[in-house]
Design a protein around this ligand. Structure first.
Ligand SMILES: Nc1nc2c(ncn2[C@@H]2O[C@H](COP(=O)(O)OP(=O)(O)OP(=O)(O)O)[C@@H](O)[C@H]2O)c(=O)[nH]1
Ligand SMILES: [Mg+2]
Length: 222
């Protein structure tokens, strides 16, 4: 199923001035149950499931984002937080130009453990990677919070990471997160000079079919 919307300022079908489709791999990392799958599901389908279904191994999804100046295909690798799948993860980190390290703002241990996830990314990619630290579940409110926004920001600053808080449940900041990631992608003109304030630079248009398993994902041309 795909949804099409008109994009102002771009050539129509067969237009010669469309930039070639650039593909980027993004890997989602973080402890079990922090909300990696929920963030991706909110972004892809704009819905939320409150029942927990642990990711088994790695899931693959892809989505085309039409930015003002170019089109990008995001390939999203949703890893499992469960310990027993850890050995699978390094090869996906190695292949990715963006790592999204998620923690749950109501779970201090998940925040502490982001250091380990960041170390794993640095071990595979050095500085040749964009890392975004994401505090999820902000909808739970201040009484449930174990990690303040300031703590998250401080850690991100110290470790040279991008930072964002969001709620997959409420849909808060999820689109903004992907918009922010898109502007930080290697090769993005916005990476060097930021877009004009207030400019909307993202329109989500096409959602590809989701391969049922990894083998299919690796075979597909997306
Ligand atoms: N309140 C609240 N609950 C959330 C939010 N995001 C996810 N959850 C819930 O947290 C649980 C775990 O979410 P998942 O998205 O499956 O977490 P995960 O990080 O993919 O977990 P693994 O696949 O095991 O690594 C589920 O019950 C979700 O409904 C959120 O923003 N707010
Ligand atoms: Mg999951």
């Amino acid at each position: 199923m795909s949804e099409e919307r008109k994009i102002p300022g771009r050539a129509g079908a067969g237009g010669a001035n469309l930039a070639p489709l650039a593909k980027y791999k993004l890997v989602f990392l973080g402890d079990q149950s922090v909300g990696k799958t929920s963030i991706i599901t909110r972004f892809m389908y704009d819905n939320f499931d409150r029942h927990y279904q642990a990711t088994i191994g790695i899931d693959f999804l892809s989505k085309t984002m039409y930015l003002e100046d170019r089109t990008v295909r995001l390939q999203l690798w949703d890893t499992a937080g469960q310990e027993r799948f850890r050995s699978l993860i390094p090869s996906y980190i190695r292949d990715s130009s963006v790592a999204v390290v998620v923690y749950d703002v109501s779970n201090k241990a998940s925040f502490t453990n982001t250091s380990k996830w960041v170390e794993d990314v640095r071990a595979e990619r050095g500085n040749d990677v964009v890392i975004c630290l994401v505090g999820n579940k902000t909808d739970l409110g201040n009484d449930k919070r174990q990690v303040s926004t300031e703590e998250g920001e401080e850690k991100a600053k110290k470790d040279g990471l991008m930072f964002m808080e969001c709620s997959a449940k409420a849909g808060y900041n999820v689109k903004s997160l992907f918009r922010k990631l898109a502007t930080a992608l290697p090769g993005s003109p916005d990476n060097a000079s930021k877009a004009a304030p207030g400019a909307s630079n993202t329109i989500d248009i096409k959602v590809s079919a989701t391969p049922a398993n990894l083998d299919e994902a690796n075979k597909c041309g997306c």
